[in-house]
Write a protein that binds this ligand. Structure first.
Ligand code: NAP
Length: 315
């Protein structure tokens, strides 16, 4: 069968992205992987590529409903929702959208770190609620520049974060599976030793089973009552129960979180913690970057349909 008989598009796309997918591939739109089962067999037989977006699991069961599937093109660098082993076993290629989002995600990590140190949300409330006029100067907070920052996972995004924080004259520490070439940053073989050495711990790991709970209760304890945790990776990488306990009992100073378990219905205890900056998983959420991600996803589908080398293959 010829590729591109049908491209299924799964997830919530902007109108512009929908139009571009429809123009390029005549793509048919679904809401989530569960909707594949609702298609008739003749349609499912035609599907050779899926443009995938979102965090609902796309596993063996969904792939088996599409007997001629050859490509899953993920919208996003993190592809932990897709069972890549199941895809490889079925000779299905997977692509993602690395690099084009590094700047935005790194910017958001740094912004959350600054918000924490300088208590910007609380200070804004102080002014808006009239307390500035009534009570005067906002209480002093914490200097960020020159502090000690630890990156958990010095990959593409982790390195962008480190580069930015070096610009804030911070002392950069990191942990990765092996030591890397860096401009004088300090390598730690494990996250506990990293957490002990820093004031701010920024998590930039891949998600998935292999990194689940990597930032454990022990790591959080090592970061300590002056420590701030920033997570832009996936909710799974941090022991969320240990994090909430430490934040509620003063064993951790604060957190800046873009990712959580059970998004978007996150643990409601976070809402009552004034020392947490909450972001609704919007690391790559700018008009410019989402357009670049959508283009890279389409370019991968186009390469597949043309029989050319995939631009950013995962398997
Ligand atoms: P990357 O370049 O592949 O870096 C991933 C990092 O994870 C590397 O440091 C890598 O370690 C580490 N890692 C991978 N497997 C591991 C394992 N089994 N045990 C321990 N460490 C492991 O990926 P990236 O492009 O920087 O993206 C990182 C993640 O950020 C994505 O996977 C995604 O989950 C998340 N993300 C979030 C947003 C958001 O909106 N918040 C947006 C984009 C991405 P080594 O350094 O040893 O290779």
């Amino acid at each position: 069968m010829t590729p591109t008989d049908c491209v299924l598009t799964i997830g919530s796309y902007s109108d512009a992205d929908k139009a571009a997918l429809a123009d390029a591939f005549g793509a048919r739109f679904l809401v989530g992987p569960a909707d594949i089962a609702g298609l008739d067999q003749a349609t499912r037989d035609k599907v050779t590529a899926v443009a995938f977006k979102g965090h609902h699991p796309f596993g063996a069961a969904e792939m088996d409903l599409l007997p001629n599937l050859g490509l899953i093109a993920n919208f996003g660098v993190g592809y932990d929702a897709i069972d890549v082993a199941a895809a490889s076993a079925r000779n299905v290629r997977v692509t993602n959208t690395p690099d084009v989002l590094n700047d935005d995600v790194a910017d958001l990590a740094v912004a959350m770190l600054l918000m924490q140190g300088r208590e910007m949300a609380q200070a804004s409330d102080w002014a808006r609620s009239g307390q500035w006029a009534e009570k005067g100067e906002y209480p002093l907070n914490r200097k960020v520049s020159g502090g000690r920052a630890g990156i958990v996972g010095l990959g593409r995004i982790g390195r962008e974060i480190a580069d930015r924080l070096a610009g804030f004259k911070m002392d950069i520490h990191y942990t990765s599976r092996r030591e890397k070439e860096t401009p004088g940053w300090t390598f730690h073989a494990d996250p506990v030793s990293l957490a002990e050495a820093v004031d701010y711990l920024i998590v930039a790991l891949v998600g998935g089973a292999e990194t689940a709970g990597h930032v454990s209760a022990e790591v959080i304890a090592a970061l300590g009552p002056r420590g701030v945790l920033i997570n832009i990776s996936r909710g799974t990488t941090v022991d969320e129960e240990a994090l909430i306990q430490a934040l509620s009992t003063g064993k951790l100073a604060g957190a800046g979180l873009d990712v959580f378990l059970n998004e978007p219905k996150i643990d409601p205890r976070f809402y009552d913690l004034p020392n947490v900056v909450i972001q609704p998983h919007q690391g790559s959420g700018t008009v410019e970057t989402r357009a670049a991600m959508a283009k890279l996803q389409r370019d991968n589908i186009a390469a597949y349909t043309a029989g050319s080398a995939l631009l950013t293959p995962v398997n």
